[in-house]
Write a protein that binds this ligand. Structure first.
Ligand SMILES: NC(=O)CC(=O)C(=O)O
Length: 276
């Protein structure tokens, strides 16, 4: 079985409505080209900054949510709606990705679990925890192509999370993300290839296009990596879209021929979800 995925590396501006319209234009083009799944970048409807998150934040069911739900239904696509700042009833903010099915129903929601608090000497500094709260759910959703796992950006750096999604049946991991000009060149491709290799899964990374005048400069380089660890396709920094065919039988083949997941020594070590 094959799934056609569209990875939308869009330019993100300070105009929320314009960002939604840009996402819709790419999604329409992707649907026209036969895409089953469209993935948007992390914080695709607002600038990636602690000053912006509270201003752009919306509740589930707000303007962006409604727009994206209708978009998925109109185009008949699965939509992993990147992420947006979400405000919950208790007033907290989350970096949240909503997932809509082909009828526009919300089937999953992932809030970034690991907040991006870093301070690299001479390089990138950011402290998401100044405004955002961490999510606490591992997110895997069911489609007609099988299970898909969802994580956001910095979550990718935690191999336990990817492995837990795979243990819950995911053969594809989708990661809206926005690395920067310090960590992107150093770690982006290696991390995506690592997660694909050690989980023998397709891993999709979708970033905003680079804007050198923005408050946070995205590395771009959206990419699709195969379960063998090959980069299927990767963009550079400019706006663009990847249309990648993901072959789920190939995932099974790689896992059968090189049975890493079966060769684990559960008698010696184990990974468990807390609270279960
Ligand atoms: N922006 C992030 O959450 C993560 C990132 O840029 C990095 O891990 O590097």
């Amino acid at each position: 079985m094959k799934l056609k995925a569209a990875l939308v590396q869009m330019a993100v501006t300070s105009d929320k409505r314009a960002n939604l319209e840009t996402a819709a234009t790419y999604a329409s083009e992707a649907a026209e080209a036969g895409a089953d799944l469209v993935v948007l970048p992390e914080m695709f409807n607002c600038p990636y900054s602690n000053d912006s998150f509270p201003i752009y934040a919306e509740p589930e069911g707000g303007e962006s949510h409604q727009f994206l739900s209708k978009l998925a239904a109109r185009l008949g696509i699965w939509l992993v709606a990147g992420s947006i700042p979400e405000r919950t009833k208790d007033g907290k903010l989350y970096n949240t990705s909503f997932v809509f099915d082909r009828r526009g129903r919300q089937v999953a929601k992932h809030s970034k679990m690991h907040l991006f608090d870093i301070d690299i000497e001479g390089g990138q500094r950011f402290k998401e925890s100044d405004t955002l709260s961490p999510g606490s759910q591992i997110t895997v959703f069911e489609t007609e192509f099988g299970r898909i796992g969802l994580a956001i950006c910095y979550d990718l750096r935690f191999p336990e999370l990817a492995r837990m999604m795979v243990d819950q049946g995911a053969k594809i991991l989708v990661v809206p993300a926005a690395f920067n000009m310090t960590t992107g060149p150093a770690h982006w491709e290696i991390l995506f290839r690592n997660r694909a290799l050690d989980n023998q899964a397709y891993v999709l990374g979708v970033a905003p296009a680079r804007d050198v005048n923005g408050p946070y400069v995205s590395y771009g380089h959206s990419l699709a990596v195969s379960p063998w660890g090959d980069v299927v396709e990767m963009l550079e920094a400019a706006p663009g879209m990847i249309l990648a065919e993901l072959d789920l039988d190939y995932v099974d083949k790689v896992r059968r021929e090189l049975p890493l997941l079966q060769h684990r020594r559960h008698d010696i070590y184990t990974l468990k979800q807390c609270g279960l």
